[in-house]
Design a protein around this ligand. Structure first.
Ligand SMILES: Cc1cc2nc3c(=O)[nH]c(=O)nc-3n(C[C@H](O)[C@H](O)[C@H](O)COP(=O)(O)OP(=O)(O)OC[C@H]3O[C@@H](n4cnc5c(N)ncnc54)[C@H](O)[C@@H]3O)c2cc1C
Ligand code: SF4
Length: 490
């Protein structure tokens, strides 16, 4: 601990955000990182707890007190080494992780927690600016070949670890560029896509081969997006590779099968977000425009929030977000929930940009216009809910209608695309995910020999940081399977 009294002396410092009026005019990132002297203050606030709860709450178990101290002392190079020792892609998590570490920070019990995520952001940006992130090419090659299906954070982390262990790694991706939801789900204003290109270049230099627009499976349709022009049969991969990792994400969106679902104007969130990311990258214009429209987003998570931010950048006339569950409390009951992730009201930067939010709302029907407009969405029929003992009860007489020209369904993802798992004959769990454990002998191995699974495809819809963890741990399991032992960290 650099400064024993830091937590008493210094307040938490927040990262600088561009003003709403300014950032709504573009799709670029608008959160800056702390200046060096501010980062030093932030690092000084860490108490270097005997039991660092931040460390165990972090899915990749970042050595947080160590890098906090390194930043306090101005040892930035040491800080990035500590960070990279547990996390392949801190440039992603430093931007878009919800930071469970901060919810678990001991200082957060009676003060503002250490701004751990802001330090992670500052460390990796400094490392990038100074050219400290260089390829780590394996000195000894094993001659073993591994195929990875899917290039999201799980697939990329797995690929990097395995390449560094000396294996010959090929990543198959059905979309035109690598990155998974980092590339085509999460908007540019949250994550600059040049960061994915930068990391992918490092992986390539480490020997990873990317094969894009290539779908592994038995038929081409899969998920909301598919740019594949080539199909590779699972049997082919089984024949050509010593191990296969399935990291295809959880791509089946939850639907709302109510009257009017087929009206023009009702879309899955990713039908809006993916083309938007492609447009920002210089591709075709997004066929869905929210300009001047009344938008309703159904679902209150990250995906819904991204639809809110994107609709506002289009110039929507109004944006409303409905959530089925009750409104959470403004603040958590700290003594009851700490150090666990608390249920509390979360307001994203996209919400701050303009959004009417409402909770305990069920949508009963999508309503079309009259006459020639009968196929076009014009509104929603909704009802308020009363939640009693975990059961939702419609409040009599609370039915209402709201105008809507566009609806985005952002209610999560139910499971991976089954045809991909079926193509390999992999057993699924009760939720339809690839069945594999995460601990003990045979972890990450599926029911089919030499086929492993990681990330959302195994655990179900989750977070980038969990995908990175699973990719890393799966890499170790594959390395052990191929070599009988592994020096890769878990
Ligand atoms: C809109 C949105 C916003 C989100 N925001 C956040 C956030 O702010 N913070 C956060 O932590 N998490 C966020 N998430 C969740 C996070 O993006 C995912 O949990 C994470 O990307 C999962 O990583 P993955 O590698 O398992 O799968 P994915 O990222 O889904 O990658 C899977 C890849 O596999 C490819 N693929 C699938 N099947 C095949 C096949 N058969 N052949 C070839 N390729 C295939 C897909 O095209 C895709 O590129 C968000 C999710 C969405 C949808
Ligand atoms: S829990 Fe908070 S104060 Fe304690 S070591 Fe972690 S970051 Fe520092």
């Amino acid at each position: 601990m650099g400064k024993p009294t830091g937590f008493l002396e210094f307040e938490r410092l927040s990262e600088p955000y561009a003003k709403v009026s300014e950032r709504l005019r573009h799709y670029r990132e608008f959160v800056g990182h702390l200046a060096d002297d501010q980062a030093k203050v932030q690092g000084a606030r860490c108490m270097d707890c005997g039991i660092p709860f931040c460390n165990s709450a972090c899915p990749v178990n970042n050595n947080i007190p160590d890098f906090n101290d390194a930043v306090y002392r101005g040892n930035w190079r040491e800080a990035i080494e500590i960070l990279h020792s547990t996390n392949n892609f801190p440039e992603m998590t430093g931007r878009i992780c919800p930071a469970p570490c901060e919810a678990a920070c001991t200082l957060g019990i009676n003060a503002e927690p250490v701004g751990i995520k802001s330090l992670e952001h500052a460390i990796i940006d400094k490392a990038g600016e100074n050219g400290w992130v260089v390829p780590m090419v394996a000195t000894v090659k094993t001659g073993r070949k591994v195929a990875i299906v899917g290039s999201g954070p799980a697939g990329l982390a797995c690929a990097q670890q395995l390449a560094r262990a000396g294996h010959d790694v090929t990543v198959f991706e059905k979309n035109e560029q690598v990155g998974g939801l980092l590339r085509f789900g999460i908007p540019d204003f949250k994550l600059d896509k040049r960061l994915i290109d930068w990391r992918a270049a490092q992986l390539k230099a480490e020997g990873v081969r990317f094969v894009t627009r290539t779908m592994v499976g038995t038929d081409v349709p899969a998920g909301v997006a598919n740019d594949a022009v080539k199909l590779i049969a699972p049997e082919q991969l089984m024949q050509d590779f010593d191990a296969v990792v399935l990291a295809g994400g959880s791509e089946t969106p939850r639907d709302l099968s109510i009257p009017g679902r087929d009206l023009e104007g009702v879309h899955y969130a990713l039908e809006f977000l993916i083309p938007q990311n492609k447009e920002v990258a210089g591709g075709r214009k997004n066929a869905i425009s929210a300009a001047g429209k009344h938008v309703v987003v159904i679902g209150g998570g990250d995906t819904g929030s991204d639809c809110v931010g994107t609709s506002n950048r289009h110039g929507a006339a109004s944006v409303t977000q409905f959530e089925l569950l009750p409104r959470p409390p403004e603040c958590e009951n700290k003594p009851l929930v700490w150090p666990y992730w608390p249920t509390k009201l979360r307001t994203s930067s996209s919400h701050d940009e303009g959004c009417q939010r409402d909770w305990s709302i069920a949508t009963k029907a999508f309503v079309g216009g009259n006459g020639e407009m009968s196929g076009q969405l014009k509104g929603l029929k909704c009802v308020r809910l009363d939640w009693q003992d975990g059961k939702m009860i419609e409040v009599p007489g609370s039915e209402f209608e709201i105008r809507a020209d566009l609806v985005f369904l952002a209610m999560g993802f139910t499971n991976p695309v089954a045809s991909v798992l079926d193509g390999f004959g992999v057993a699924r769990d009760a939720r339809g995910n690839a069945r594999a454990t995460t601990d003990g002998a045979g972890c990450y191995a599926t029911s089919v020999g030499k086929v492993f699974a990681a990330g959302d495809m195994r655990r179900g819809q989750s977070l980038v940081v969990w995908a990175i963890r699973e990719g890393r741990q799966c890499a170790r399991a594959v390395d052990e399977f191929l070599m009988g032992q592994s020096l890769l960290p878990r």
